[in-house]
Design a protein around this ligand. Structure first.
Ligand code: ADP
Length: 328
């Protein structure tokens, strides 16, 4: 059976981008089609300046939202990365497999390094080595597929390279995984700046829709989304990124096709109104179920404990074999 691994890092409140780019497909497709593991990858949240209490709260919130969105612990495994020591053990072997040059070439590293420097902060070494830990997250489970948004494709490519290199040097140890993407909304853009992605680690702005936003806040944000002065609704990601983003979001929420939807609208106002309502409806059950789960925290705690036990049992033989292969 196909093995799937993917994760979300608790660096902020989950956004519509996380939901449409990843979580919704994990719920609707991946958990049923494969042996799937989903993780709150909290170690990755330490790669930039962090507050311990906030990381703990956000980890719990992310896990709760993953359940609220419909991940079913009866059919998939949900766990917190730091509960399973195999990730950090294998990350070291990945650091010994990768070169510093290939880490420095990662677009996300370059962007985040620039952000940290702009804020006058020193850059943590772990920000550079982040993809080694991510490779370990994936390879420890012999994952075949990694369902992610477009922003993570480069990291999965590097994971493939590391798996191939390790296997060549030390004998076959790891499955070589591949990234998979949703058909639409693989890159949801910021509503106020449609040239940059809607990211949960960015400072909160009116351009970011959070999964726990109230319906009124969602409507306000969508109605104020930046478009352009063209006025005519057409799907063109390069020339008209704001309108294309709204069409992508509407298409993802209604299982439609963005280019075909463009033909149904002759004003931005109508497009925004329908997009806002579609987002409100898609997120409504998630918000309601989240509130129910918050009232029963033991459910989430039990799921995460059992998830970590299963994850540990799966990862340990592979990581032990990797240690043996390198001569330890
Ligand atoms: P973030 O960048 O918001 O901190 P993570 O790195 O935790 O998100 O990613 C969790 C998942 O959500 C990944 O599969 C990532 O590709 C996806 N994702 C994040 N932001 C977006 C976005 N704006 N559009 C589509 N997918 C996204």
């Amino acid at each position: 059976m196909t093995r799937i691994f993917s994760g979300i890092k608790p660096t902020g409140h989950l956004t519509l981008g996380n939901y449409l780019g990843a979580l919704r497909r994990w719920v609707q497709v991946d958990q049923h089609a494969a042996d799937a593991l989903f993780s709150v990858v909290d170690l990755h949240a330490l790669t930039v300046d962090h507050d311990p209490g906030r990381v703990r709260r956000l980890s719990r919130q992310a896990a709760t939202l993953m359940l609220a969105a419909g991940l079913d612990p009866q059919v998939c495994t949900l766990f917190v990365q730091s509960h399973v020591d195999e990730h950090t053990r294998l990350a070291y072997l990945m650091e010994c497999t990768a070169s510093d040059g290939e880490m420095r070439r990662m677009i996300q590293y370059k962007e985040k390094e620039a952000q940290e420097r702009a804020r006058g902060r020193s850059v943590r070494l772990s920000l550079l080595t982040y993809p080694a830990l991510m490779a370990a997250d994936i390879l420890a489970y012999q994952a075949d597929e990694v369902p992610v948004g477009e922003d993570q494709t480069q990291h999965v490519e590097l994971t493939r390279d590391l798996a191939v290199r390790f296997n060549q040097r030390y004998g076959h140890t790891f499955t070589v995984p591949r990234a998979t993407r949703p058909p639409v909304a693989a890159r949801v853009m910021d509503l106020q700046d449609p040239t940059s992605k809607m990211g949960k680690s960015h400072a909160a702005t009116a351009g970011i829709i959070y999964l726990l936003d109230e319906p009124e806040a969602i409507r306000r944000k969508v109605m104020r989304a930046v478009t352009d002065s063209g006025g005519e609704v057409a799907y063109d990601r390069e020339e008209r990124p704001g309108v294309a983003n709204l069409l992508d979001v509407l298409a993802a929420c209604t299982d439609g096709d963005p280019e075909r939807l463009a033909q149904d609208y002759d004003s931005y106002g109508a497009l925004k109104k329908d997009t806002a309502e579609a987002v409100v409806e898609v997120l409504r059950p998630v918000r309601e179920r989240h509130a129910e789960l918050c009232a029963r925290p033991q459910i989430v705690a039990d799921v995460l404990r059992e998830g970590a036990e299963r994850a540990r049992a799966l990862a340990r033989p592979t990581v032990d074999a990797a240690f043996a292969a390198v001569g330890l």
